[in-house]
Write a protein that binds this ligand. Structure first.
Ligand code: MLT
Length: 408
């Protein structure tokens, strides 16, 4: 008899964004005349930059000619792309990461979800609350949690991110082995300084723990003093893996490309307490289960690092940051407390007396605007909603004026 993985039964019926999409579809069916504005899931709306499109086309043209055609590519990604990443994203910022520590993939969601496979089932996992749901759900699937009770999974160490602590996770009171961090944060938009990250690196070193650092939104950081990679922190190479994505940086949500940095110094421990290379483990996993990102997509990602590419993608991010500014100002005028929106495309809004799903329904029904209910990111998000800056300027302005009217 074929038996199911029982851990799946602990999960909520559907993934947060799938749940929201269903509600929005239902609303649209009932109200076909309404023009819905989506500021929910962080999905980019601007076309790929011209330099990126050229890289993409060049890749396709090469595939159209026997002389330049490519079959299976190298499992960790083409050397040209890994070199460009290592130089531009790390070495130029003083972070000593080399091309052979980079594994190109189809995006950070899959990478953050897949990476937990390398760890034992009985490790202690620390996860911020609120949090990007894929970190938690994949640990549930792997059997690292107990049942879901009172809005939380037993066995997980939750790090509450609240107004009182500036939405920054605090060091856990008990020993943990695996720590998820994300800065600029999704969903709150909060940002960590070098001192804050150092605290985590020191903790991980002292406790033989590992940090999984999601930096998918690093391109939104505009303050030069803020770290854009955890490897700007001394010692991080021994205790941290970093996830990156071209999705929000260069508009690749539909094109799919990202990468993981697994430094060679990074070690974990086997049952005999002997050190094992995490890099070698991930290499084994990646080459066994993944056959690489398509060549034209890697050429497109490579073009992000060209001179024109850099200027063009920065302009796109500036565009979304301007939207974030408009949203923040409107939210402030409405009298709500919020964080984010400054080095981040997300604005995390305190609905005060409003439950987050009620707030979501109110904005959908009265303003035809989709946001993300904070409760979908964890118990600490109960009275919050998240508004995303990923849409056209016109739609953002219209959405905010509709919200003002709806809440008047
Ligand atoms: C979000 O809205 O939180 C993200 O866009 C979802 C994702 O990156 O998978």
């Amino acid at each position: 008899m074929i038996k199911a993985n029982e851990h799946y039964s602990k999960l909520k019926a559907s993934y947060l964004f799938a749940d929201i999409a269903k509600r929005v579809e239902k609303y649209q069916l009932a109200n076909p005349e309404k023009q819905i504005i989506k500021l929910g899931i962080g999905d980019v709306t601007k076309a790929l930059a011209p330099a990126v499109i050229k890289g993409f086309h060049d890749g396709v043209n090469e595939m159209a000619d026997d002389a330049t055609f490519r079959g299976y590519g190298p499992s960790p990604g083409y050397e040209f792309l890994r070199q460009a990443i290592a130089k531009n994203d790390f070495q130029d910022r003083g972070a000593d990461i080399s091309a052979d520590e980079i594994f190109v993939s189809d995006g950070a969601k899959c990478d953050t979800g897949n990476f937990q496979e390398l760890f034992a089932t009985d490790i202690k996992v620390a996860i911020p609350d609120p949090v990007y749901p894929a970190y938690l759900d994949t640990n549930v699937m792997a059997g690292r949690t107990g049942e879901f009770e009172n809005g939380r999974y037993n066995g997980i160490v939750y790090m509450d991110c609240l107004k009182e602590n500036n939405f920054m996770p605090e060091l856990p009171n008990e020993d943990v082995d695996l720590i998820y961090l994300c800065f600029p944060n999704n969903p709150t938009g909060s940002i960590a300084t070098k001192q804050e990250l150092k605290k985590w690196v020191d903790y991980a070193k002292d406790n033989k723990a590992l940090i999984l650092f999601d930096a998918a939104y690093e391109a939104f950081i505009r303050d030069k003093n803020l770290p854009r990679t955890i490897y700007e922190i001394e010692g991080a190479k021994e205790v941290a893996v970093e996830f990156r994505s071209f999705s929000k940086t260069a508009g690749f949500t539909g094109t799919r490309c990202g990468f993981i940095v697994v430094p060679k110094e990074c070690m974990i421990f086997n049952a005999k307490n002997e050190k094992i290379s995490l890099h070698d483990m991930w290499d084994r996993r990646h080459s066994t289960k993944f056959n690489g990102v398509s060549y034209p997509v890697q050429k497109a990602a490579f073009a992000v690092y060209s001179d024109e590419g850099k200027i063009q993608v920065k302009k796109q991010i500036d565009y979304y940051l301007n939207n974030a500014d408009i949203i923040s100002k409107a939210v402030e005028e409405l009298g709500f407390d919020y964080v984010g929106g400054e080095h981040s495309p997300y604005i995390w809004i305190d609905g005060k007396d409003k439950n987050s799903w009620d707030f979501f329904d109110l904005l959908l029904n009265k303003a035809s605007v989709v946001c993300t209910p904070g409760a979908g990111f964890g118990r600490c998000g109960e009275q919050y909603i998240r508004i995303s800056a990923f849409n056209s300027l016109e739609n953002v302005i219209l959405a905010m004026s509709r919200i003002k009217e709806a809440l008047a």
